[in-house]
Design a binder for this molecule. Structure first.
Ligand SMILES: Cc1cc2nc3c(=O)[nH]c(=O)nc-3n(C[C@H](O)[C@H](O)[C@H](O)COP(=O)(O)O)c2cc1C
Ligand code: SF4
Length: 1491
């Protein structure tokens, strides 16, 4: 359980926090992912980094750096190197990592380094501590959470004061400890003079700015200080650390600690009766258990009077202090040392004790019996028995020395060193298996069973290479046998002879052998010669294996000995795959450049190897190509593959985000290198990503390759080279500052700086308007985003105004976060001469629960407070704009602004304010010259990946949406780069019918112009993502070449026509689809601009369009088009998978008894888009207007559109959809108006009945005997992953399909493979099975689910959706299985925001994103798409959602009536009220606002 905020609950947390505060650099040594202990350190460190906590010793203006280094990457060497640059270095590590680091530790001991060590949790081996006893460290042990915190502080203070290293170790118990508050800074101040540190004059310290040049404490003093005398008469708080011994220094710090917090710590503690005759000194993790057991001993227990001694300061060892704690009554002393394997006759602690006793002969004589024990594993049940054994032995006449108490370590192999292939890393081996199948030979598989050889060896590349050589020998034997057989004509069959000869010719190229090898095998099987049957024993070689050695990046630390070098130097035809799992975020930049060798560069320098750098979560296709090329290359191939993760439990989403950051920044470039010369005579280098890291760039320059590569890569970002980040940020700020100074020039009047932070534009618009008005009053006003302002210049401002809105859960908007972080941690900012005012925008009900009220307008309140603390003078009281006020934030604003003018002394000025009205979407459309805008100019502008804001509105009409990759937005901003802009392209494809050729075209466009995936959308069409500006025109052109277009796929016009898929009735589908096409064509904008912009040829000469006449005329739409989008869908009962009631116009097909289409019931006014907390917006199900004959349906659509064109609300886009037009006037009036335009009346609606709004998966035959397969495509995403190659599979199917076959895209984002003739069925089924696309064994919940795209591409997403819903469903599935609900369908939908792209309001369960990780949980739709759901709980996280849903599913399982669906049950059970009309959507919600 997580501790309360401001508390720590583990010793690791406590120590890690202190380490961070007292360091400039913290190295967090990562054990194997499965070992728990260090994870504790890491979490606390991550938290502090994330919260940008200031350190105590970090230099002004800097934060402590935290680097995580894997245990197998020689982490302590990094610490040694770090000391060259920084003074205060600390390390957090598991004890098991220490012995291997002794040589480095010996060096570290001479510096003020603190190592916090967590003993192994299972059964700690204290020899990992005792082996450090000679190194010169002070070794301090703590025994509780409180102690861990205190002694961590003491360790750092001691290290700083003495200039020497301290190791602080402890055992982290399994049980939970009562959380304690974070370290108390006031207390720290009492024992550590921070000011002195800053001035380099810490009192009594050896520290001169701050560390002694040479160790101040005499070396001798660090040796076993048996003879050391602590002078009791000395006031320890006044110790002169320059001359004191280490032990005395440690005691002095403990004393300061006592004065500061009243807690006393001593070198040794004695627990038990003062009259004990037997005492046990325990050096191990179960000391506390012993004490408790003795405390609870019964009178008769043999150990009831035994005392226990524990060791707190293990080094320097103080004889005097030890002897002082042993009661005079003690006659027998046992020394228990917890070690896994005793390697010396006497334990080191026993030797210390004996030596101490011998120091005072009188005591030695008083304690004649001293017995050493090996303390084995004892649990709470066996400890009593163990104690009895110990005491019986020590009290016997001839005690046995070195007796083992308890059993040997429960785990002989430390889990940290147990080799297992982490689950995630299997991604690459799965790919290899998919590509090479039976040909794949992994030479050093971790799970390989090579009897008798330890895993550590079999997993090594050297071992793999040895295995390869052995195989090569065997293959040579086979080759000579084959040759001999041919020479001797030994085969009975001439064909065998011929084939074997062919095989021998190809033999060197194993990638070509598989086919001929298979034939050879089949011939050998029918060949009756003796040699044939002998040769069949070596079948595997005949097939030509693809040999791979797989290893981790640990091999790159020492290329010479790792075996990688041998492979490269050998020139053999073997492939090496090296997986680097170092997360980008936690990377040790220095480590990577200085010591971890770049194997790729190393191999390229060798010039004989194929080399590739890949990252499967960035580009599956590139990885695939690299594997195939490596296999085809005869010679060594080295593939370095990225797969970053922190923990094995990291979700694929985390891995994906880390990968993207690494590739985008150039830290992990994607490339392929073939040493064979290309036409220019140079090796072939192909850069597959955008940015390069410096080393690679240097290499290419040396190789004279840069010029060639540069041609292929649009921009080489200098940013990615060298010390990137900080330098850029400075430049960026400087730029902003210069621009700002420029702005100030020429401005008169008192200055006013207005800074804003805004996600959605409200605060920004307000700030900009304020600037205009200020200028009108003669003020020299400038306005900019908070993050663009250099915080260090804040003190020079005269008048400062801040306008900030509030983002997810009280956070600052994105463009204000850096500013806020800098301000809140700038203790040295002096704002005494600054006047300020703050206006905040928020929503008091955004988070309705009581405990969340603190989030209301939090950023503005926080800023208002801190500016005052920093000395600024408040001109005006904080203004709070609230979305809940009658006019939203505009209600409170005027009052605040008036006060501001007064404060600035410009209120009396009758300002003439030239305030142009803001540019609205309506203006943009009208001014765009029939949708041309300046798109062409924008496309040609190479200085940015974006187009202008108004052009991006216009581009929507062309089907292109400007987006950016939100996964890397923050990182790019930090690096001074603009967002990674790209476009989403949506295709217009009425009725969602694609030919196989069109499918293949989209597949190709996605690969070559997009991000290698595409999506089936809820409008039953294709959507491509990740198309960069340069590729936008070629992509749209290619779509047109495939006889598709993108016109009005987005924008304020009629969108793609959605139509039922209808696999069971071909004739009806054809007819409905043709209506869909007719309506779509009829309502298509004329849009000459489309052809001008996208379809011109290479010389940019216009294509001939409509006789080359420029048609600037939109007969239907006019220059302003529609107020908003118009969506039309056609449904065929009983299936409502298009959700016909969710669209502006819904057409329900009506057939007569003979099954012939007669006409449609027309539904109007459906809509799904809403805005959180804005009750004037709501989803609506369409109203039935009546029935029309089929031949009238196009004109009906036209008239509805025209009416909406003229009557829709063009002032407020939130109310511009048809649904609000209809609700404003009432359905009857609306119907009448449309009828007037039509010139005839709607007929009475015809009866219809829907059964469901999900897809009907599986195979069906239509009336002509043709086959159709509705397949499940999770959330419509067509992509390849190592586990599931759906995209490749569907491409193969498209290639195998006949021309009359179709892909029908459904409104639930699935695909129907249609019109498959009987004779083609076996092949299609075979391919479906091969690629596992025919799998329908998903849960009913998953099959009925859908999610919108949201992150990372959708610009308005507030929460994850497509990437998260599958994970969320997995968390419910096992529970549903338990309840017997596995196969029950429940319609579940998720969206990243309330725009409602996947029609969430018509799902039985929906989660609608409210902020990252928080969703509104909606319940209670029916199963057929006719009843809206309702809010059940707002802003729930995953855990809460699961907690809420599980009991409801349970009740449904137990209480439902026959055939009753989940949503209906919830209504009947009274869990949620039904929403019968959109206007009641916000009424009677289950959760009312808590005031
Ligand atoms: C995702 C999201 C989270 C929000 N969280 C809060 C919040 O925690 N506290 C608050 O007072 N307002 C919150 N709001 C309300 C906004 O601050 C408010 O609507 C403001 O006008 C938005 O201004 P902007 O367009 O400048 O970003 C939130 C709004 C959104 C969209
Ligand atoms: S519902 Fe919102 S988050 Fe999801 S794709 Fe649509 S606009 Fe984006």
């Amino acid at each position: 359980m997580a501790p309360p905020i401001g508390f720590v609950s583990t010793r690791e947390d406590a120590a890690a926090r202190v380490a961070y505060l007292f360091s400039e650099t913290v190295l967090s040594v990562q054990p194997n992912l499965k070992a728990a202990p260090v994870v504790g350190f890491q979490h606390a460190l991550d938290r502090m980094v994330h919260d940008k906590v200031r350190g105590i010793v970090a230099k002004r203006g800097t934060f402590p750096s935290v680097y995580s280094v894997r245990y197998n990457a020689d982490p302590f060497l990094t610490a040694v190197e770090e000391l060259g640059k920084t003074t205060f270095v600390s390390i957090t590590a598991a004890s098991s990592t220490l012995p291997a680091a002794i040589t480095h530790l010996a060096k570290l001991a001479k510096f003020p380094v603190v190592v916090h060590v967590s003993m192994s949790r299972d059964f700690a081996d204290y020899s990992e501590i005792t082996c450090l006893r000679q190194l010169g460290f002070t070794l301090i042990q703590s025994f509780s959470l409180r102690e861990a915190q205190d002694l961590a502080i003491a360790s750092h203070v001691l290290a700083i004061r003495t200039g020497k290293g301290v190791i602080h170790f402890f055992h982290q118990p399994d049980c939970e400890e009562t959380p304690i508050p974070f370290e108390d800074v006031n207390q720290i101040d009492k024992i550590f003079d921070r000011k002195a540190l800053v001035n380099g004059e810490a009192e009594g310290s050896t520290v001169s700015g701050v560390v002694a040049e040479k160790p101040a404490v005499e070396e001798a003093a660090t040796e076993n200080t048996n003879g050391e005398q602590a002078n009791d008469t000395v006031d320890l708080t006044k110790v002169d650390y320059k001359t004191a011994g280490l032990f005395q220094a440690a005691e002095a710090v403990f004393d300061l600690m006592r004065l500061a917090n009243g807690r006393t710590y001593k070198a040794f503690d004695y627990h038990g009766a003062g009259s004990a005759d037997t005492a046990l000194l325990i050096f191990g993790s179960s000391a506390q258990n012993f004490i408790t057991t003795i405390d609870h001993a019964g009178r008769g227990d043999i150990y009831s009077k035994v005392g226990v001694i524990t060791v707190r300061i293990y080094r320097p060892w103080s004889t005097e202090k030890l002897l002082a704690v042993i009661p005079r009554s003690v006659k027998r002393l046992g020394v228990l040392e917890q070690v896994h394997r005793q390697t010396t006759k006497w334990g080191p602690v026993l030797l210390d004790v004996i030596s101490s006793l011998n120091n005072d002969l009188s005591i030695a004589a008083a304690i004649p019996v001293v017995v050493g024990y090996q303390l084995g594993y004892l649990n709470s049940k066996t400890i009593r028995q163990g104690l009895r054994g110990i005491i019986q032995n020590i009290q016997s006449e001839a005690p046995i020395q070195n007796l083992l108490v308890g059993c040997r370590a429960s785990h002989d192999v430390d889990p940290e060193y147990h080799l297992t292939l982490p689950e995630l890393e299997t991604a690459y081996s799965k790919m290899l298996y998919n590509i090479f199948g039976d040909r794949l030979s992994i030479l050093n598989a971790i799970d390989r069973d090579d009897t008798g050889i330890p895993q550590t060896i079999t997993s090594n590349p050297g071992y793999g290479f040895g295995a390869y050589l052995a195989k090569e020998e065997k293959k040579k034997e086979l080759v000579s046998k084959l040759q001999k057989a041919i020479n001797e004509n030994a085969f009975t069959n001439q064909e065998t002879n011929d084939l074997v000869s062919r095989w021998l010719l190809l033999n060197e190229d194993s990638s070509k052998l598989s086919e001929v090898g298979a034939e050879v095998i089949s011939k050998l099987e029918s060949d009756s010669s003796e040699i044939a049957s002998e040769l069949l024993n070596d079948q595997a070689f005949l097939l030509g294996t693809s040999s791979w050695i797989i290893g981790s990046d640990a091999w790159s630390y020492d290329l010479g000995t790792s075996g990688v070098h041998d492979v490269i130097a050998s020139g053999k035809n073997v492939n090496v795959l090296i997986i680097d799992s170092q997360p980008y975020t936690g990377r040790t930049a220095k480590d990577a450049s200085r010591r971890k060798k770049d194997i790729g560069l190393y191999a390229m320098n060798y010039s004989n190897s194929y080399v590739a750098s890949i990252a499967v979560y960035s580009s599956y296709t590139q990885a695939l190509q690299a594997f195939i090329e490596a296999d085809e290359f005869t010679g060594p191939s080295i593939i370095i593959a990225y797969l970053p993760y922190n923990e094995e439990t990291d979700s694929a989403l985390t891995v994906l985000q880390e990968t993207k950051k690494a590739v985008d920044s150039g830290y992990w470039p994607l490339y392929r290198w073939d040493p064979r010369p290309d036409e220019s005579g140079l090796p072939n280098f192909q850069l597959d990503s955008q940015a390069l890291k410096k080393e690679l760039k240097d290499f290419l320059e040396r190789e004279n390759h840069l010029s060639q590569v540069a041609r292929r890569v649009p921009v080489f970002d200098e940013n990615v080279a060298g010390s990137y980040g900080s330098k850029l940020r400075i430049q960026q700020r400087k730029k902003a500052k210069d621009a700002y100074s420029k702005l100030l020039e020429g401005l008169t009047g008192p200055p006013l700086t207005i800074l804003f932070a805004s996600d959605g534009g409200n605060a920004e618009n307000l700030a900009k308007r304020l600037q205009r008005r200020a200028k009108g009053r003669g003020l020299g006003a400038v306005v900019m985003a908070m993050d663009d302002f250099p915080v260090e210049d804040l003190g020079a401002e005269e008048n400062l105004v801040i306008v900030t809105s509030t983002a997810g859960q009280g956070k600052f908007p994105q463009n204000g976060r850096n500013f806020w972080d800098a301000v809140k941690s700038s203790a040295d900012l002096d704002l005494a001469s600054v006047n300020y005012a703050v206006f905040g925008l928020g929503d008091s009900h955004y988070w309705p629960r009581k405990q969340d009220k603190v989030y209301y307008n939090k950023p503005s309140k926080d800023l208002n407070h801190i500016l005052e603390i920093l000395g600024a003078k408040r001109m005006v009281e904080l203004g709070l704009g609230n979305d809940q006020d009658p006019d939203g934030y505009q209600s409170a604003y005027p009052v605040w602004e008036t006060e501001l003018w007064k404060a600035l002394g410009v209120d009396g000025i009758g300002a003439v304010i030239d305030e142009p009205p803001p540019l609205t979407n309506e203006d943009i459309k009208i001014q765009s010259n029939y949708l041309r805008g300046t798109i062409v100019e924008g496309l040609n502008d190479e200085s940015t990946g974006a187009i202008s804001a108004s052009d991006s509105q216009v581009a929507k009409f062309h089907g292109a949406y400007l987006q950016d990759d939100r996964d890397i937005r923050e990182q790019r901003k930090a690096n001074g780069l603009e967002p990674a802009y790209y476009f989403m392209i949506r295709v217009r494809m009425p009725a969602g019918v694609s030919t196989p050729a069109q499918w293949l075209a989209i597949d190709q466009i996605a690969d070559y112009k997009g991000n290698h995936t595409f999506k089936i959308t809820t409008r039953g069409t294709f959507q491509l993502h990740g198309v960069i500006k340069k590729k936008l025109k070629p992509a749209i052109k290619a779509i047109n070449v495939a006889l598709l277009d993108t016109i009005a796929a987005c924008g304020d016009a009629n969108r793609n026509l959605l139509c039922a898929g209808l696999p069971y009735n071909n004739a009806l589908h054809k007819e409905l689809a043709s209506y869909a096409r007719d309506i779509s064509e009829y309502l298509l904008p004329t849009m000459t601009a489309y052809h001008e912009i996208w379809l011109t040829d290479d010389n940019d000469e216009k294509k001939l369009v409509a006789g080359n006449a420029v048609v600037n005329f939109e007969p239907l739409y006019g220059a302003a088009y529609l107020p908003r989008k118009l969506k039309i869908a056609i449904a065929m009962p009983p299936y409502n998978e298009v959700d016909v009631f969710a669209h502006d116009v819904g057409l329900i097909a009506i057939v007569n008894e003979g099954g012939k289409l007669t006409g449609f019931n027309v539904v109007a006014g459906g809509g799904m888009g809403t805005t959180h907390n804005n009750k004037t917006t709501y989803p609506r199900t369409g109203s039935i207007l009546g029935y029309v004959k089929k031949e009238d349906v196009v004109v009906v659509c036209e008239k509805i559109m025209l009416f909406q064109r003229d009557n829709g609300d063009r002032k407020d886009r939130k109310h511009a959809r048809l649904q609000y037009t209809i609700d404003r006037m009432g359905v009857d009036v609306f119907r009448q108006k449309v009828e007037e335009l039509l010139g005839f009346k709607f007929e009475e609606e015809r009866a219809f009945r829907f059964e469901s709004n999900i897809d009907q998966f599986g195979w069906v035959k239509d009336e002509r005997g043709l086959n159709h397969f509705t397949m499940f495509v999770e959330n419509g995403r067509i992509e390849d992953t190592p586990e599931f190659r759906m995209k490749t599979g569907l491409r193969e199917i498209a290639l195998a399909m006949k021309a009359e076959a179709e892909f029908r895209l459904t409104g639930n984002q699935h695909v129907i493979l249609s019109n498959i003739a009987e004779e083609d069925l076996p092949e299609v089924k075979r391919l479906l099975a091969e690629y596992k696309i025919d799998n329908m064994q998903y849960s009913g919940l998953r099959l009925s689910s859908s999610a919108c795209v949201a992150f990372p591409t959708c610009g308005v997403a507030m929460a994850e959706s497509e990437r998260y819903l599958p994970i969320f469903i997995s968390k419910l599935e096992s529970y549903l299985e338990e309840l017997g609900l596995r196969h029950d369908s429940v319609v579940m939908r998720m969206t990243g925001c309330p725009n409602g792209c996947t029609r969430p309001w018509l799902a039985e369960v929906a989660m609608v994103g409210k902020a990252y990780g928080a969703y509104n949980l909606m319940l209670g739709s029916d199963y057929v798409g006719q009843r809206l759901n309702k809010l059940y709980r707002s802003a729930v996280n995953e855990e809460q959602a699961l907690q809420l849903l599980k009991p409801l599913f349970k009740r449904w399982a137990l209480e439902r009536e026959e055939g009753e669906h989940f949503g209906d049950f919830l209504i009947r059970a009274g869990v949620i009220k039904p929403t019968l009309d959109g206007k009641n959507f916000h009424d009677d919600v289950a959760e009312e606002d808590e005031e």
